[in-house]
Design a protein around this ligand. Structure first.
Ligand code: GDP
Length: 480
């Protein structure tokens, strides 16, 4: 275990310079940002008259997030919705239009704040929470950090343009996350709108809407003419009732950071989506490596509120620093505990960064050992190829190499170069990206570097299948 001089000082509530001075006396020259080992830390702490309790690293986060709630404590909660779709198909317009329908009538141009998410009431009376950052990048980035923040995806497809590459991407991302899709065919006010064409194009992606005899809920809308927005909200509520979304409101709050920033006047501000429990003003919260005491909670209407229950987005004021979008938030019992967790995570981040810089274990090998340990039976892959035909051939060949114990799971496959979004999708599921006769774009390579995701290139299907086979047989019989 290692920590910096500053962290040690924080934990003892001593001044860092005093620790530096004491270290110097012992013949150890350190700056406050330098790392010291656990034994040295203990020595210093005892020297300063503190009792030392060494905590196993693995104990630090114990009890956070994992304790399930008793079934009888669960109450219905509003759904959390993300709008996805191709650029210019009207995601932002739709989010704005929905928000405006809900501004209290008579309150001309009623003031709403952009805090990263907002809540509206459907005509059926239920509440619905919308994540205010459209698109799958934010969605998947959050998922990559372990946050499941979306219950329903509204897939927006412009009726004058039809299914486009990012429409397909959005479908893949929603599927990989196991989130149900509602189709909103937008821009039906346009004379050139062809909603029927959209419906039939979606069939290619295995989305069969209700009017074609399928199960996917759909609605024709116009964000511009504000047509059928109420219908969309009703359908969302309907879908959420099918999902039977529930959470226990009577427990310390847990949630996810949707957005965070450093505000000039207000200090660090984090928008949280509460996922279970109720968050109160005065609570001690940790998120990522930041913590704080909740000074105020602010709603999307700009009002302060004393508390926020499940699925409610609120701004939290009072953090010591801005956490990151996707960080999970938990209420803890006291400041000492908050500081301990925040310090632990700071150390972890640092160690992970160091580990990434030093050893680059092959993603495939790493995945195998993970699978061995966790007893996982799936081998997740993202496959991109030069032409659809070769991609299909690869997927078919790989499907055959599985057996009862392990199998390939293709999260996404398609023609085209490896994109940043492919890599982020892969990293969210610990998958390896396969590029067949294609290269990765620069942003994709950067994302791979950042997330520690492996991209492997092939130009012969046989080689690819062989590698995957070898990897899987390694998984099956480590002793041989
Ligand atoms: P985003 O990129 O998906 O967020 O799309 P935007 O919301 O920015 O919309 C792209 C363009 O389509 C803008 O010029 C909008 O005014 C226009 N637009 C969005 N919804 C509609 C609609 O229902 N009907 C028409 N005619 N135009 C729309």
């Amino acid at each position: 275990e290692t920590l910096t001089v500053q962290e040690l000082a924080n934990r003892m509530s001593e001044r860092a310079v005093d620790v530096v001075r004491l270290l110097m006396k012992q013949g150890v020259m350190k700056k406050i940002t330098d790392l010291i080992d656990a034994d040295t830390a203990q020595l210093i702490a005892e020297e300063l008259g503190h009792t030392v309790r060494r905590v196993a690293e693995s104990d630090v986060e114990e009890g956070l997030f994992d304790a399930p709630d008793a079934p009888e404590s669960l109450k219905p909660r509003p759904p959390v919705v993300t709008i996805m779709g191709h650029v210019d198909h009207g995601k932002t317009s739709l989010l704005d239009a929905i928000r405006q329908t809900n501004v209290v009538k008579g309150e001309a141009g009623g003031i709403t704040q952009h805090i990263g998410a907002y809540q509206v009431t459907s005509p059926l009376g239920g509440k619905i929470t919308f994540i205010d950052t459209p698109g799958h990048a934010a969605f998947t980035a959050m998922r990559a950090r372990g946050a499941k923040s979306t219950d329903i995806v509204v897939l927006v497809v412009a009726a004058d343009d039809g299914v486009k590459p990012q429409t397909a991407e959005a479908i893949n991302h929603a599927r990989a996350a196991g989130v149900p899709i509602i189709v909103a065919i937008n821009k039906v006010d346009k004379p050139e709108a062809k909603p029927e064409k959209v419906r039939s194009e979606l069939l290619q992606y295995e989305i069969q809407v209700e009017s074609l005899g399928g199960e996917t809920l759909e609605v024709e809308v116009s964000a511009k003419a504000r047509t059928n927005l109420d219908k969309l909200l009703e359908i969302i509520q309907l879908q959420s009732e099918i999902l039977e979304l529930k959470a226990n409101p009577d427990r310390p709050a847990e949630g996810t950071v949707i957005e965070a920033k450093l505000d000039r006047g207000r200090g660090p501000v984090a928008t949280a989506l509460v996922q279970r429990g109720t968050l109160y003003q005065g609570d001690i919260v940790v998120a990522g490596s930041e913590w704080g005491r909740v000074r105020a909670l602010v709603t999307d209407q700009g009002d302060t509120t004393p508390e926020a229950g499940p699925s409610m987005p609120v701004e939290i004021l009072g953090f010591n620093g801005a956490p990151e979008a996707g960080d999970r938030i938990a209420v803890v019992e006291n400041e000492a505990r908050a500081r301990e967790i925040a310090d632990y995570r700071t150390r972890q981040k640092r160690e992970q960064a160091a580990a990434r810089a030093v050893v680059r274990v092959s993603g495939l090998e790493q995945m195998m050992s993970q699978i061995k340990v966790a007893g996982k039976k799936e081998f997740p892959l993202v496959i991109k190829g030069d032409v659809q035909g070769s991609v299909e051939a690869i997927v078919q060949a790989l499907e055959k190499v599985g057996n009862d114990e392990v199998g390939v799971r293709v999260l996404l496959s398609g023609a085209g170069g490896v994109t940043e979004s492919d890599v982020i999708l892969a990293s969210a599921s610990n998958a390896v990206v396969i590029g067949f006769n294609v290269r990765a774009l620069k942003e994709a390579r950067d994302a791979a570097e950042r997330t520690g995701t492996e991209i492997r290139y092939y130009n012969i299907i046989y080689d690819l299948v062989d590698d995957i086979k070898a990897a899987m047989s390694g998984m099956l019989s480590p002793e041989r």
